[in-house]
Design a protein around this ligand. Structure first.
Ligand code: SOE
Length: 364
């Protein structure tokens, strides 16, 4: 472990787009990026060079044998998360594991058990947009009233054509669900995070547009999924999740109607929060002076200087590292939240395959 008072030493497993996002966020959180490992020594060396990381480990075992590493970021394909995050925890290190935490509920439950006493987080990073925290604060304070309805969607278009392909398409690498596990997990996490409510049952239908893609055939994972939800507080709602929606690049849209106010958040326009009222609806700007304390703490530049995805990611990693140092930051998505999202994903796919409503325990 790093010596007390010195900078946290972090390492990254994986060499793709998310490894790059995690490494930028780790540096912004003032960690020392001690090393990286990818699927082969050659890919490890290439990733180390591309990301400006000093050391390329030959294997995950070699990385985990390095006692100077405090925290490991797992950014590999979903099917590797359980084995790799377990190995990190067994080596006595803290862990950040990309979502979905695991491809099965059983694996996610085992990871939660293995993580006890350790800092183990999952990057549901959209919780770290200040205006999401403002929306959450309006429900927590009662200003928005009782949750009545949820209308939410998360639309992308990067898999729109049959020529588009990615490991997530392959159930062997990504799990039985693709679109919902990959991005629906973010959406449903936000619904429960902002409202403080819990989904109690789901009814879903899913669609696989292409069963053949550039590098995969006999594809069963879904391109799009529509879900009706009911919640413990008696709310109802709809979630549409698609990776074949032309023109929508990363458009997470959340609109929640309370008995007093609605809140509307668009991840592609994160500098404002729409607050809907019978009279006097308004657009709240990201101005720390006008926000709740939890939202204001996430404002790192003044209003008018747009904050975005990478700042949200940096705030997530900074809060993870604060937890490693013994603090308890509000709203930090831990392995228990990752397990929750895996359970809901399982319920959504079970419902789509059975054509029935599927119930969810509220406290799991
Ligand atoms: C691809 O759909 C992806 O990179 C997701 O894996 C991320 O979790 C999401 O934040 C952006 O899109």
């Amino acid at each position: 472990m790093s010596t007390a008072g010195s900078r946290l030493r972090a390492a990254v497993v994986g060499g793709g787009f998310m490894a790059e996002v995690h490494s930028r966020a780790a540096r912004a959180a003032r960690a020392e990026l001690a090393g990286i490992v990818s699927s082969t020594p050659e890919r490890s060396a290439a990733a180390a060079e591309r990301l400006g990381i000093g050391r390329a480990y030959a294997s995950l075992d070699e990385l985990l044998a390095d006692d100077s590493i405090d925290v490991v970021h797992v950014t590999t394909p979903n099917a590797l998360h359980a084995e790799q995050a377990s190995a990190v925890l067994a080596a006595g290190k803290h862990v950040v594991c990309e979502k979905p935490l695991a491809t099965t509920t059983a694996d996610a439950e085992a990871l939660v058990a293995a993580a006890r006493g350790r800092t183990a987080t999952v990057p549901f990073v959209y919780r770290f947009h200040p205006m999401v925290r403002e929306a959450r604060a309006r429900f927590a304070s009662g200003a928005a009233g009782r949750v009545l309805t949820v209308s939410a969607s998360y639309l992308q278009d990067w898999l729109l054509a049959s020529g588009d392909d990615n490991w997530r398409v392959d159930s062997a690498q990504g799990g039985r669900s693709r679109a919902f596990a990959d991005i629906g997990s973010h959406l449903v996490d936000l619904v429960e995070f902002v409202t403080g409510d819990r989904v109690t049952r789901v009814s879903a239908t899913k669609k696989t547009v292409f069963t053949e893609r550039a590098a995969h055939s006999s594809i069963t994972t879904e391109d799009a999924v529509a879900v009706v939800i009911e919640t413990a507080a008696g709310a109802i709602g709809t979630l549409l999740v698609s990776q074949v929606a032309p023109g929508r690049k990363n458009r997470l849209l959340l609109e929640i109607a309370g008995s007093e106010e609605s809140v509307g958040f668009d991840q592609e326009q994160p500098e404002t929060l729409w607050v809907g009222r019978r009279r006097g609806s308004l657009l709240v700007p990201r101005d720390a002076d006008q926000l709740s304390e939890d939202a204001a703490r996430l404002c790192v530049v003044p209003s008018g200087h747009p904050q975005g995805y990478q700042e949200a990611f940096a705030a997530f990693v900074a809060d993870t590292y604060a937890a490693v140092a013994g603090e308890e930051p509000d709203g930090l998505p831990r392995f228990t939240d990752g397990l929750r999202a895996v359970r809901i994903t399982d319920a959504v796919i079970d419902s789509a395959e059975s054509g029935t409503w599927i119930g969810l325990e509220q406290n799991a």
